[in-house]
Design a protein around this ligand. Structure first.
Ligand code: C2E
Ligand code: MG
Ligand code: MG
Ligand code: MG
Length: 302
């Protein structure tokens, strides 16, 4: 399509349309290249993928959990952010093998930490949070896969937390509910990611077996904005209300993207239970995460 537009523009001598169509075509072919490189990456043994780990802390600053975040080490592109390849993976269906790789790697790492005496001061009660995309969750064998992963790797189901976004919920609520309930019976925990950005209905929250509500970073960013800043919103008041509601429903609330002390303090006043963000640490490669966790647990013993 972009190509015909480009030829037509070229024939007509319209350089602006030509330029635009050309840019479109380049973007499309870059997406295709990314897709086929990603496919090849997933077939390679070992896959050139890695996980970074970002701490989640409680109101005392103690390590409570960790979120696994995938990166792709590509020879040409360097370390590629998931922001760039997850949407492509979703569109192409590659998200399923990619998501399986992430689950496998996260579980294996957690098992290693839990069985290494050097990690004992911080790893025993740690939750490993893994992002699961809607498409991956809807796979027919998703439950069986999680069950066998837990058994095979030998981790405690309670230490695995699956992060779902609101998009999983909107499509087929009944099926999602049933699947979540089944996994919940094994002990698997759930977090609702990016809360506030999607089509949340409070009615869902009451019915779903969710443990943690993750308030999206966009709320945290605005939390220290003055209440009458002309933005037409009062973010702190909004978070107060979200936390109160979540606590009524027995959910814990995690604030994403906490960067400053002022944000942390305001979120604490709102009653947030857990915190994640650059203020505590960026997502780190495994060895660096272990060092961070060891230092943090020495400073703030349980
Ligand atoms: P997310 O699950 O909401 O993860 C949080 C993102 O916010 C991470 O970006 C993290 O690095 C970033 N972040 C954390 N704290 C701060 C902060 O204080 N300030 C700012 N500016 N950013 C912060 P990342 O690692 O680039 O991941 C982006 C998104 O990609 C994730 O958002 C998630 O939706 C997706 N993703 C990452 N790994 C996976 C995966 O294994 N599977 C799936 N399906 N999606 C993944
Ligand atoms: Mg997440
Ligand atoms: Mg999130
Ligand atoms: Mg987010």
């Amino acid at each position: 399509e972009a190509e015909t537009a480009m030829h037509r523009a070229k024939d007509a001598g319209d350089s602006r349309v030509y330029f635009f169509a050309h840019a479109l075509q380049e973007a499309a072919s870059e997406r295709l290249a990314l897709r086929s490189d990603l496919r090849r990456a997933l077939e390679a043994k070992p896959a050139p993928l890695l996980l970074h780990y970002q701490p989640q802390v409680d109101s005392h600053g103690r390590l409570a959990g960790v979120e696994a975040l995938v990166r792709w080490q590509d020879p040409r592109r360097g370390l590629v952010s998931p922001v760039h390849f997850i949407p492509e993976a979703e569109a192409s269906g590659l998200i399923v093998p990619l998501g399986n790789w992430v689950l496998e790697e996260a579980a294996t790492t957690l098992h290693r930490w839990q069985n290494d005496p050097a990690c004992a001061p911080w790893a025993t009660k740690l939750t490993m949070a893994v992002n699961v995309s809607a498409r991956q969750f809807r796979e027919a064998d998703f439950i069986g896969r999680i069950e066998s992963l837990i058994a095979r790797v030998g981790i405690d189901a309670f230490s695995l937390e699956l992060e779902l976004t609101e998009s999983v919920l909107v499509d087929d609520l009944e099926a999602t509910l049933e699947k979540m309930a089944q996994l919940r019976r094994h002990g698997v925990r759930f977090a609702l990611d990016d809360f506030g950005t999607g089509y949340s209905s409070l009615a869902y929250l009451k019915r779903l077996p969710i443990d943690v509500l993750k308030i999206d970073r966009s709320f945290t960013m605005d939390i220290d904005a003055p209440e009458h800043s002309g933005q037409g919103k009062r973010p702190a008041v909004l978070i107060d209300a979200i936390v109160a509601m979540a606590h009524q429903l027995d959910l814990r609330v995690l604030a994403e993207g906490v960067e400053t002390l002022a944000q942390q303090e305001r979120l604490l006043r709102s009653g947030c239970d857990l915190f994640q963000g650059y203020r505590f640490s960026r997502p780190l490669p495994e060895a660096e995460f272990r060092a961070w966790a060891a230092q943090q647990s020495a400073r703030l013993p349980r």
